[in-house]
Write a protein that binds this ligand. Structure first.
Ligand SMILES: Cc1cc2nc3c(=O)[nH]c(=O)nc-3n(C[C@H](O)[C@H](O)[C@H](O)COP(=O)(O)O)c2cc1C
Length: 443
């Protein structure tokens, strides 16, 4: 028997990898149907994809790809991403969402961002992504990718280079792989800088209508490649003041073409991106949308003239998502204006998710909702989703006791505590499967 055919009776080789490593599936409840299993550890099926639990790694830029414009490896995920994201996968999360990945070169936040704009399945970007996805799968997790365009916030250096005094981003010029003359947005000029008058950002130039149409196509091209590389879930980045958010908000969108003006025109970019992506990905592939549910500019002089993107806007958009083919609304907030007024605390963002979920449920729609922001404790995470897999009685909805979300996304807590899922299971008394190589330290 050749070694490639050998299977130990107890250790199954992980599929899809060119070397032997045991197939893992940590973080799955041993008795998912048992009524005592909290919803957090019950599977979640979205279209054809079943997540073993409702815990997701939120997308997090790591500014760790090759920035060299002359290198074929520019923007390609590499061994660092396998080590980092693969480790989180091996420690039991249901879904790992790969960091904001640019659909065009000038859509990167920094020259070190991940990208997926190279054509074909032979590119370094494609192969890098495929390796990360294969490893995530080998650990029993599903892989998502967040596709985005940084718009006017692009061509900044990695944050650790700009941390002096916590003063925020500083411009990346050509000498470090930046693209000062090709930073773009729905509107252009000095006043449209992320921080007007501030030398730390570039002034964007206004995109032409046909350039916006090209960006829409670029999202679809990247989504198709991602699925070909094995990605299970596509997320569109429509939050945090990046390009899609800039189009949604009247604060940053002053266009007079079909992409500006009315609410209908400002959300057109989302409508077109979702439609073109849906047309090129399989029916069974879930589509997520991350938004900033509010810009926190209500009552702020900034929004007096133009208005801003508010919870009312998000409510209107949420109701359209089934029509757009979006399955999951990932609810974040802020990031589109320096004068936003918000003090992040406790449930500040979870409540936004809860409000949107309530609207969706009351409309009889099935769009799922993700809660993110300051989630650190197992009990709190459990409460956010508890009962989300059951029909919620109207009295509960009225009494505000309904679940706030269908899944939780954690970001910084996974940087502090990569084994968060496993400790959460212990705290909530949920028997789960363990990743085999770590079991002796966890039993
Ligand atoms: C290092 C870092 C990188 C991030 N990168 C992204 C990103 O690529 N896309 C995105 O939508 N949000 C990004 N975020 C925001 C997180 O996804 C998350 O929404 C936010 O950190 C709040 O969640 P937390 O309190 O669990 O950290 C990033 C956050 C951190 C800390």
């Amino acid at each position: 028997m050749g070694s490639s055919e050998f299977q130990s009776p107890r250790v199954i080789k992980a599929a899809g990898l060119p070397y032997f490593t045991p197939a893992n599936n940590g973080g799955a409840a041993l008795n998912p149907e048992d009524p005592s299993t909290p919803t957090l550890f019950r599977p979640l099926t979205i279209r054809d994809v079943t997540l073993k639990n409702r815990i997701m790694v939120a997308p997090m830029c790591t500014y760790s790809t090759n920035p060299d414009p002359s290198s074929p490896a520019i923007g390609a995920l590499n061994d660092f991403h396998i080590a980092h994201l693969g480790h989180l996968a091996s420690k039991g999360v249901g879904l790992v969402i790969i960091e904001a990945t640019a659909v065009q070169p000038n859509g990167r936040i920094s020259p070190n961002d991940s990208g997926l704009w190279q054509e074909g399945t032979d590119s370094e970007q494609f192969k890098g992504l495929q390796r990360v996805v294969n490893f995530i799968h080998s650990q029993g997790a599903k892989a998502g990718i967040q596709l985005g365009h940084a718009g006017r916030k692009a061509s900044a250096v990695a944050p650790w280079l700009s941390w002096e005094g916590k003063k925020g981003s500083i411009r990346a010029d050509e000498s470090v792989g930046g693209w000062p003359s090709n930073v773009v947005g729905p509107a252009g000029g000095e006043e449209q800088k992320w921080a007007p008058g501030n030398v730390k950002y570039w002034a964007p130039r206004e995109l032409s209508t046909s350039e916006v149409e090209e960006i829409v196509q670029a999202f679809a091209r990247s989504a198709k490649l991602a699925v070909q590389a094995g990605v299970d879930v596509i997320e569109i980045h429509g939050a945090h003041g990046y390009l899609v958010h800039q189009f949604l908000s009247p604060v940053t969108n002053h266009r007079t073409d079909k992409y500006g003006g009315s609410f209908k025109n400002r959300i057109r970019i989302v409508q077109e991106i979702t439609a073109t992506i849906r047309a090129v990905i399989p029916d069974g592939t879930p589509l997520f949308l991350r938004i900033s549910a509010t810009e926190w500019l209500e009552g702020n002089p900034v929004a007096e003239k133009t208005g801003s993107w508010t919870m009312d806007s998000s409510t209107e958009l949420a109701k359209l998502l089934p029509e757009f083919g979006v399955d999951f609304l990932d609810v974040s907030s802020g990031g589109n204006h320096r004068d936003q007024k918000v003090e992040p605390h406790g449930n500040y963002q979870i409540d936004l998710a809860g409000q949107l979920r309530k609207v969706i449920q009351q409309a009889g729609q099935k769009t799922l909702v993700g809660a993110v922001g300051l989630i650190t404790e197992a009990e709190a995470a459990g409460q956010i989703v508890q009962g989300a897999d059951e029909a919620v009685a109207t009295e509960e909805l009225l009494a505000g006791q309904e679940p706030k979300a269908d899944a939780v996304l954690l970001a910084r807590q996974f940087l502090r505590e990569p084994e968060w899922v496993l400790t959460a299971a212990r705290k909530l008394n949920v028997p789960i499967s363990l990743p085999v190589q770590f079991a002796r330290g966890l039993l």
